[in-house]
Ligand binder design. Structure first.
Ligand code: PLP
Length: 398
């Protein structure tokens, strides 16, 4: 089945049992807003070690309702990492907040602590920092939480890459150092629901807001009804049909079909992360002597989830372009991707903010060299050898 298949940089793995679980839901009474969502949320919170988990439609929706739940508005100032998927910045733009980018750490490719503090010291009050656990390597949460205490900002961990990873023995998502952690279940991510997301938090008030913003800003809690004449009958019983919309929310719900898939995948997350680490270690062993290739660095305190395996290639030294390198890989059935183009280079952000590229030397250094190569749960030894041999050839024979 896996013979000669194209090898993307990442892909889903759906087991026979996953399919069975999804079919069971399809045959049941509830295909959305039923028991599977509650079950998935409960098991997810238990796995990451948070008090609450809220399932939602996508990782982007997770970020959006997180900003809203933290009270971010069109007067807020938000910082995020310069190298991330656009959604980490767009969630603030949706609300009309002001966004600025922080350069990345040259080694870990997560937010640079030095550059973050530089931005926090400026006159502007920063309301929210969204750190990104790039490729599945946690940001330096101890240092960031010290800055949080000093400069008093809200903190979201964009953990879309990092389910299965750890920082200081805490599972990513525990929110031990932050207000909120967000996840994506897009097919390339550690576990998938097709499209999907999750938010975790330890704060009850934030949790209640997340629930509200996920479903149109509507609630059915009779104790909180304000329009009493409409809400209650003559006997002071709440009217059975009645609900109130108190905030402008969205339909960002996950279906029970998706939740059943996610929950079954979650059962395998430790196995998945272990396999991704094995693949990463194999690559590291095979590539360690290639002078034009820099391997990912893992800081102390970190258990990497290896959502991505990103190498840095010195294309100047190789005397070829990145595009040519990617083309050669593709001709050999190997996918690769640049994750990501620094967000400040995107035309939308360039036009609106016109950031000075000189302020992001590490992001530009990364962008010129980075290439993510195949890493996923069911990649075979034979397939890995093909990737390794092709890259060795391309880095020595050109
Ligand atoms: C770092 C990061 N944040 C947010 C997202 C958005 O997730 P989704 O695609 O589920 O909306 C992604 C997805 O690629 C991501 O990689």
């Amino acid at each position: 089945m896996t013979n000669n298949r194209f090898l993307p940089y990442s892909r889903q793995f759906i087991s026979k049992d996953d399919i069975k679980k999804v079919v069971t839901v399809l045959k049941s009474d509830f295909i959305t807003q039923g028991p599977e969502i509650i079950n998935f949320e409960k098991n997810f919170a238990k796995y990451v070690g948070s008090k609450y988990a809220v399932a939602c439609a996508t990782g982007t929706a997770a970020l959006h309702i997180s900003c809203l739940a933290l009270g971010i508005n069109n007067k807020s100032n938000v910082l995020t990492s310069a190298v991330t998927f656009v959604a980490s910045a767009n969630c603030a733009e949706f609300i009309g907040a002001n966004i600025d980018f922080v350069d990345i750490d040259k080694q870990t490719h997560c937010i640079s602590i030095e550059d973050l503090e530089k931005k926090l010291k400026q006159n502007k009050k920063i309301d929210l920092v969204i750190v990104v656990h790039q490729a599945g390597h946690s940001s330096d949460m101890e240092k960031i939480s010290k800055l949080k205490k000093k400069y008093k900002f809200n903190l979201i961990e964009d953990s879309c890459h990092a389910l299965g990873g750890k920082y200081n023995k805490f599972n990513v998502g525990s929110c031990n150092y932050s207000d909120i952690s967000t996840f994506s279940f897009h097919p390339v991510k550690p576990i998938t629901t097709g499209e999907g997301g999750m938010v975790t938090t330890n704060n009850k008030k934030i949790y209640e807001k997340l629930i509200l913003y996920r479903t149109h800003g509507i609630h059915k809690n009779s104790k909180k009804f304000t329009n009493l004449a409409l809400a209650f009958d003559k006997n002071n019983e709440p009217n059975r049909w009645y609900y109130e919309m108190t905030d402008l929310g969205y339909n960002y719900r996950l279906t029970d079909i998706q939740a059943a898939l996610g929950d079954n995948q979650l059962k395998r997350i430790d196995k998945i992360t272990k396999k991704r680490n094995q693949v990463a270690n194999f690559y590291k062993k095979e590539f360690k002597n290639i002078s034009s290739l820099t391997l990912p660095v893992v800081s102390k305190k970190i258990y990497h989830s290896y959502h991505l395996f990103t190498i840095l290639l010195d294309f100047k030294k190789l005397n070829i372009s990145k595009n040519f390198f990617m083309k050669k890989l593709a001709e050999n059935g190997i996918g690769s991707q640049v994750l990501y183009i620094p967000v400040f280079l995107q035309p939308y952000y360039k036009k609106k903010y016109n950031f000075n590229l000189k302020n992001f030397p590490n992001a530009m250094h990364y962008y010129e060299r980075a290439l993510s190569i195949p890493i996923f749960y069911d990649i075979t030894k034979k397939e890995l050898k093909k990737v390794i041999n092709t890259i060795k050839k391309l880095t020595t024979n050109i």
